[in-house]
Design a protein around this ligand. Structure first.
Ligand SMILES: [Fe+2]
Length: 251
């Protein structure tokens, strides 16, 4: 089974389309949450995920936009975007957001793998530092955990006695790239496919990953997309300018 793993699409339709177009053959789509918030196409992104038959779990922005979370932890820009998104959503899409499950999720044919938004214990937790990642890995029983939330592609591993941070070694910024990593059967991994719709690792290209459950390998991808179009829609929607500009900065 080959799983296309998407995360943090944030209403960016152009980025999602570029990811799906660039992905190699896959059997399933799993989406790690933050489908909406920030971008100008929340309905179109939800519709496209439905067409793909994606298995989705909820992110903090999905909860915020669905009105199932208190907005007090959100900064003013995120709050504005959540309020804009809530009123833009069609009723059936709002309902779908409300009903998104909390992780961890598991899929058939991919034993030993779990999917979460923030961390296995806390869906809203950010795993940013090596220490954050390794602390989690010491307690997680499942060999491979896919997580999102930080918008940073890569992750953390324990192989034998060694703990490490994983970052795909990409150099280009103007064309598509992929990077395959074979995982050890006795290793333990936390892997972030990166953010499709609002990367924050200094690379503006849309990010995703494909996991091959038989080969036990993960391939990271970065693909250019029509960022100008996504930016223009954000400005046209009167969302904060910063939400448009940051897309090209990758932060
Ligand atoms: Fe996010």
């Amino acid at each position: 089974v080959r799983v296309l793993v998407l995360s943090d699409i944030h209403g960016n339709l152009e980025a999602l389309q570029a990811c799906v177009a660039a992905a190699p053959a896959f059997d399933r789509v799993v989406n790690l949450g933050d489908i909406v918030g920030y971008g100008a196409n929340p309905n179109e992104v939800i519709d496209m995920l439905r067409q793909l038959g994606a298995l989705s779990l909820r992110g903090n922005h999905d909860k915020a936009c669905a009105g199932t979370m208190d907005l007090s932890t959100f900064n003013p820009m995120a709050t504005l975007a959540a309020m804009w998104t809530r009123q833009a959503l069609r009723p059936e899409n709002l309902e779908e957001l409300r009903n998104l499950p909390q992780g961890p999720l598991y899929i058939e044919g991919c034993e030993g793998v779990q999917f979460v938004h923030g961390s296995p214990l806390d869906e809203d937790e950010y795993l940013l530092s090596t220490l954050d990642g390794l602390e989690q890995l010491l307690h997680i029983k499942v060999p491979v955990t896919f997580f999102g939330h930080t918008h940073i592609q890569g992750g953390f591993a324990i192989e034998g006695d060694e703990g490490m941070t994983l970052r795909p070694n990409f150099r280009k910024r103007d064309q598509a790239e992929s990077y395959e990593q074979r995982l050890r059967r006795d290793g333990r991994y936390l892997i972030n496919p990166g953010s499709a719709g609002q990367p924050r690792d200094a690379d503006w290209r849309a990010a995703f990953a494909v996991f091959d459950c038989q080969e036990w390998s993960v391939t990271y991808y970065r693909v250019p997309y029509d960022v100008k179009c996504a930016q223009r829609k954000i400005l046209d929607a009167n969302l904060p300018d910063r939400l448009a500009h940051r897309l090209k900065e990758g932060r």
